[in-house]
Design a protein around this ligand. Sequence first.
Ligand code: FA5
Length: 349
Amino acid sequence: MNSKILEVKEQFLEELKSSENTQNLEVLRVKYLGKKGLVTELMKEMKDLSNEEKKSFGQEVNTLKGEVTDKITERTKELKELEIQKEIDSMPDFDISMPPAINEGSYHPVTLVQRQVENIFKSMGFAVEDYSEIVSDYECFEALNIPKHHPARDMQDTYYLDNGQLLKSHTSAAQNAIYKKYKDALINDGVPIKAIFPGRCFRNEATDACHENTFFQMEGVMVDKDISISNLIYFMKTMLSEVFKKDLKVRLRPGFFPFVEPGFELDISCLICGGEGCPSCKHSGWLELCPCGMIHPEVLKAGGIDPDEYTGFAFGLGLTRLVMMKYGIKDIRDLNSGSLKTLTQFIDE
Ligand code: FA5
């Protein structure tokens, strides 16, 4: 072999050995096979040789060119495989081809029951209204016939904001706004007011198995001419039998709320203990579920409705307690726990 060609070959083999990545190989390829590469330069030298020398020199340079090309291709392939293996080795130890095991999520049981009750009332012609969680003292108390310093305020201590507003302690806080919204249609067109308004309520009180400081209620009102307690009882019974899909033991007893007259407490027999008594029903066998009554004349007046002409009923369903009874949840605090183990067990019906 021509000494010059041999020299280039040995130099190439030496440099090939020390090429540790594909970038180095690309540099090597340009150095030997590029336009001004060492092998290309050897080719150019042929023009100065005799015809006889040209033949063997040409063959040797061509062989070298083939060898350089093959070795670079081979080594590139090897290095690429090594690079892929290195990347795989550095990956966390899991199967990236596995389908994701992410839970699709589920509705909170309160949402499920709220929607169910909404659908029941919608089918009976009630509108569903939404209302703010932050309300004024007027909305939460004064418009409901609970003046400042009235002892009834003690039953519903809540959280006050610096600006004098408060977190609503009951969904009744929306009553005044609902009457004002629908009164014109009632008075001018004779359209009865029929609305429900679910919402989150807040009370500054100690928690136990059936009391939370944050819970849900669903208020309902109906106002028209000649509305009576019979209408109230009809709607309550229809709603409960639809939710539980069975006959329940229910009792109605007198209850005091300044915004209804007369007022009642609607209790259901505790479904956790079958009425025998347990922590969920404070060992009474009964659970206060839905206070209700005929809307007080002062409350109608505050809403712009003449109590001599119109009457109505209102109820304040304890939605979170209804959820407990429907699903047999013994402790109300589980519903606010955020525990997915508890909350993902419930499915839409
Ligand atoms: C009221 O909140 C009245 N606004 C209800 C009302 C509306 C009466 C319209 C008449 C006419 P009470 O404070 O009892 O009433 O609460 C109503 C229901 O909410 C209770 O029966 C109970 O089911 C639920 N509830 C009350 N406090 C809590 C609490 N801390 N945790 C969970 N549920 C509660």
